[in-house]
Design a protein around this ligand. Sequence first.
Ligand SMILES: Cc1ncc(COP(=O)(O)O)c(C=O)c1O
Length: 444
Amino acid sequence: MKRARYIHLADMLSTAIEEGKLAPGTKLPTHRAFAEQFSVALATATRVYSEVERRGLIVGEAGRGTFVRDVGLPPALGVRQTASDGLVDLVFNMPGNAGDADMLRAGLRRLAAAGDLEAMLRYQPHGGRAHERRIIAESLAGTLGPIDPDCLLVTSGGQHGLATVALGLLRSGDRVATDTLTYPGFKSVAALQGLDLVPVEGRHGVMDPDDLERQCRARKVRAVYLMPTVHNPLGAVMDEATRLHLIEIARAHDLLLIEDAAYAFLEPDPPPSLFALAPERTVYVGSFSKSLSTGLRLGYLVAPESHTDGLLEAIRATTWNAPALISGLVTGWVEDGTLAKSEATRRRDGAERQRLCRTVLGGSSVLSHRNAGFAWLSLEKGVRAEPIVTRLKAHGISASGAGPFATTVAAPQALRLAFGGIAMDALTGIFRTVRDAVDAASVS
Ligand SMILES: Cc1ncc(COP(=O)(O)O)c(C=O)c1O
């Protein structure tokens, strides 16, 4: 059967993009000009563009035209998030809001209109520009209490913040207590810096203070790494009593508390932060990746004054300073309320995704935060994650087992699903495929 003319043209355009003949950002002809160029009806040209947009290769921007997307990157909202191997990616959580491009355009315009732009082309203080540190510090008053802006250091993202803590405050061989399931990025920092991770028992992502105490009595532990408000991967929010108990142990054994708050904004009503409760021994690690944009690479550390020199030295040794262009953009959004709006949008978006997840996968075995774009699926006794991951791959879905998150030798049998960046209308189908793969593994 003869292939429809529009499919033929869509294939041709797709090939030109995939082969790099049309570079990312290239503006395509209007539908009318395309129709004239290929002697087809205007409606056919529109179908061609719709088809290529559906494939995630171009994007139409209201009032501006149609542009080639960067196919080397995971597509953003509205298109299936795919890994570089073409699989739907449930491994990395890359949330996005509709309208992100407009936010960036407006932010760049505002920056361009500001005075003393030249200052952005210079080296900056290692901890960031004073007025920007003040803006971020003031925005954190509700969570951390009043903080001295000199104790807030701007970093190139939360991951850089963690590496800065390890490099600036810890030494090779130091023991750091962690949950038995923790953020893999901290595991890689620990491995590079030669830290010795001490897994501490807990329940569903909430560390057990009694086990921490046991570990500290058995050996010298230097620090504890925690995500008390929205744990990754389990989504837990630690209650205040447990926080206070952990702090008591930290004080008794002189532990440094590393409080990772990358996902904390997802919880609208959190208990007091560890930093607010124990400012003398907590380093608070913040990030704008999940609340605004993963690509901007901006975060911050808030630390006791006694620790800032070590942290500044580590920033100096790694990035010298976070780029002022980026910190200028982000602090503009902190000040004008864009950040708060984006956080609220992400909470609503996450809540809808969680509802779909629990509807299809059932609530009982799913652990997650009610507003998060990720979930943890514990498998029944005797069911192994590996064949499920393999089966999902055959269905075009890339997912992860517990291994990357585990700090114990034996990882539990579970699936980690990250779906913050998947198109909402594709989610139910993807969850059904996951459910079928789990069911198939359960009976075999
Ligand atoms: C718990 C946690 N901490 C830190 C980070 C690092 O964030 P960033 O993108 O700001 O480096 C992540 C990213 O996924 C995370 O999940």
